[in-house]
Ligand binder design. Structure first.
Ligand code: NAP
Length: 492
């Protein structure tokens, strides 16, 4: 790494951010604009029919969020002018060639101007429809890289993947990219073209049967999970992300390629302020359920290491990696996580969140304080189903006379909970530890060479988990997700 400063490096850069409305993308955009106002231009690609609706999304979903409050205060009445000068909206879609950028002149301008392409677009639902996940997470990754290759001044393509592309693995998981067709269980050879073909066939078959859209969605969701598990991945999301990585590695040619694989991304640790989060992600539904007194049991091994990493640390790592690898002929993977250097166990998260809600109980819709109990972690799906059945019977108080009726009602009420448990099962018992040697070496190099290294910290060792969970994650969740979206009220 050359001696210098990250902010200086960002000066006069033109960066394409793909998937700009996403959780991590917004933090990336805010950080660049706040730390280097002299960045030349950010092209923000998001899904929209035209520039007008893209600009609407920019305002409603990006710059008006609380995340941008520090920037808004800094520029005051000049804020909109600053954004207009630095940001160009690009309506597009990664599932299409040339990222679906229809405006020929804009496309040419982008190919002429862009230095760096950062792909943060993804469908992140674990059991997304297989056809949808394939088109964004797999083909979309390739489309994004092909777009980067057409840029005259391209310095690098940075792609965000996920550490869980490793599939069902145990022990130390190294920062190694996937070879084409190499599945985690090594049982069947994976052929991406064939996967595309069978998805098309499956869709045609469903349409020939006059299946409703709802039935097609369910069938394609189940099909994705089935294909993923055949090869040793737990869900469609990580399966299609892994295939995306394979295509990138295979077709990168001499383009510098940086693969950032975060683990489970949680609320900001420090910047722009602690606790910013969007949506109910990874551990948050479990924490919230506990606060609502609805988590007397859940599936998981108390000693499982939950690899959490704050979102701002992921963004800092991405920016430092950009600086380190600009114009280098490289292909490098970075695990951005905490499990190796500062492990946090499932039982600790439970304990911190229990203690938080004992001290700061939520209030139900009748205005009563909610009493929380400790959560028992159950060691298998069967045990989980037994607990559910037992609690169901208790809750019925002899209401049902016939087994058939009771069984149907039980299945109806518990279906979504079982699905959620099935999707979380992999993470709740995951026994892998993500080696992050590349990320650690990047930090060491940055400490030696980068003058403003402290503003771009991504060292997981400095996280005090008890403080982070109790004073940042939970208050942030309650402030930014629960109250804002009324989830709290409607879910109580
Ligand atoms: N958050 C985590 O815990 C985590 C952990 C590990 C890795 N990652 C990776 O980090 C990246 C960002 O994740 P995130 O949490 O920020 O995800 P996110 O909040 O779900 O955002 C994903 C973004 O991708 C956009 N998108 C989806 N399909 C698209 C398409 N076909 N064309 C253009 N844009 C599309 C979405 O746009 P719409 O607004 O139009 O839907 C959304 O803005 C992803 O690659 C993800 O795999 C995230």
């Amino acid at each position: 790494m050359e001696f210098g400063s990250v902010t200086k490096y960002l000066q006069d850069k033109t960066i394409l951010v793909i998937g700009a409305t996403g959780f991590l993308a917004k933090i990336f955009i805010e950080k660049i604009l706040r730390t280097q106002p002299n960045v030349k231009k950010l092209y923000l690609l998001l899904r929209a029919g035209d520039t007008k609706s893209a600009t609407q999304r920019l305002h409603n979903e990006i710059i008006r969020t609380e995340l941008f409050s520090i920037l808004r205060e800094r520029y005051n009445s000049n804020f909109d002018d600053f954004i207009s000068a630095k940001v160009t909206m690009v309506p597009g879609d990664t599932s299409s060639l040339d990222l679906g950028v229809k405006d020929f002149n804009l496309r040419k301008e982008m190919w002429r101007e862009i230095d760096i392409v950062v792909n943060l677009a993804a469908v992140t639902i674990f059991d997304e429809r297989y056809d949808v996940a394939l088109s964004t997470n797999t083909l979309g990754a390739l489309n994004a890289m092909n777009f980067a290759k057409k840029c005259d001044r391209i310095e690098m393509f940075l792609h965000t993947s996920t550490a869980y592309v490793c599939g069902e693995k145990e022990g130390i998981i190294v920062e190694k990219s996937y070879h084409m067709g190499e599945p985690p269980n090594g049982m069947y050879e994976l052929n991406i073209d064939k996967e595309m073909k069978i998805v098309k066939e499956k869709l045609n078959q469903l349409r020939l049967q006059n299946a409703t859209e709802e039935a097609i969605t369910l069938a394609m969701k189940n099909f994705g999970i089935k294909r993923a598990r055949l090869y040793g991945w737990p869900n469609t999301y990580v399966f299609t992300k892994a295939m995306g990585e394979m295509l990138l590695r295979h077709f990168k040619a001499d383009l510098p390629l940086v693969l950032i694989r975060p683990t489970m991304v949680t609320s900001t640790y420090k910047e722009p302020f602690p606790g910013w989060i969007e949506g109910l992600r990874n551990v948050n539904p479990i924490i919230l359920a506990q606060g609502k007194g609805k988590m007397s049991y859940f599936l998981g091994n108390p000693n499982t290491v939950l690899d959490l990493i704050p979102a701002d640390m992921v963004i800092n790592a991405m920016i430092v990696a950009m600086m380190a690898h600009t114009n280098q002929s490289c292909e490098i993977v970075y695990h951005i996580g905490s499990s190796l250097r500062n492990p946090l166990k499932f039982l600790n998260v439970n304990d911190y969140s229990f203690r938080y809600f004992v001290k700061n109980p939520l209030i139900d819709m009748k205005g009563n304080l909610i009493e929380v109990g400790e959560t028992t972690l159950l060691s298998s799906m069967n045990e989980f189903l037994l607990h559910m059945a037992f609690h169901y019977v208790l809750s019925q108080k002899g209401r049902y006379l016939n087994y058939g009726e009771a069984f149907t009602d039980f299945a109806h009420k518990t279906n979504s909970l079982i699905r959620m448990a099935e999707l979380y099962e992999h993470f709740a018992f995951f026994s892998g530890i993500f080696d992050d040697r590349n990320a650690e070496n990047l930090q060491i190099a940055a400490r030696e060479c980068v003058v403003d290294v402290n503003a771009f910290n991504f060292d997981p060792k400095c996280i005090d988990w008890e403080d982070y969970v109790m004073n940042i994650i939970i208050p942030g969740l309650l402030r930014h997700v629960v109250k804002r979206s009324n989830t709290y009220v409607s879910m109580l």
